[in-house]
Design a protein around this ligand. Structure first.
Ligand code: SF4
Ligand code: SF4
Length: 136
């Protein structure tokens, strides 16, 4: 019953497609392979990032590389030795909520070995049943 209520809450109240399970293993990987979404799109260009920096934005991040999705950043607040956040108590809301399924929408994925998982709310059988109820 508890699981059914949870599914209902995620699907109809939060409008999610997945339920997040698991927990953080404090490996720090998600703090060093980051895409930054600005104005609803991933930052892909060094000049754009430089200009945003000049306006005081994203100063805690440095560019590590670039791939097909965009620039890949590392957060300067990650302690290299402990792999913990140096600003844990005051970290941003986005860090507190991480990971959310929205990251998949712009090509990101969970780091390998991350302790979290996303499970579809509707099983394959549920989807099949709903499709077969639709009259063609
Ligand atoms: S990658 Fe996953 S397990 Fe590792 S620190 Fe980030 S949220 Fe935690
Ligand atoms: S502020 Fe802390 S939790 Fe957020 S990305 Fe940086 S190191 Fe990670």
């Amino acid at each position: 019953m508890k699981q059914k209520l949870k599914k209902f809450y995620y699907k109809y109240i939060l409008r999610k497609k997945y339920i997040r399970t698991g927990f953080c293993l404090k490996c720090g990987q998600c703090c060093q392979n980051i895409y930054i979404k600005h104005d609803k799109k991933v930052i892909v260009d060094e000049v754009e990032f430089y200009n945003l920096n000049q306006k005081g934005k994203y100063l805690d991040f440095e560019i590590m590389g670039k791939d097909d999705t965009g620039l890949v950043f590392k957060c300067k607040l990650l302690d290299e030795v402990t792999k913990l956040c140096k600003n844990h108590k005051m970290r941003d809301f986005i860090c507190r909520r991480y990971p959310q399924e929205e990251i998949f929408a712009f090509g990101a994925k969970l780091a390998q070995g991350c302790g979290y998982k996303f499970e579809p709310i509707d099983s394959f059988e549920d989807v099949l049943k709903s499709v077969s109820r639709v009259k063609l």
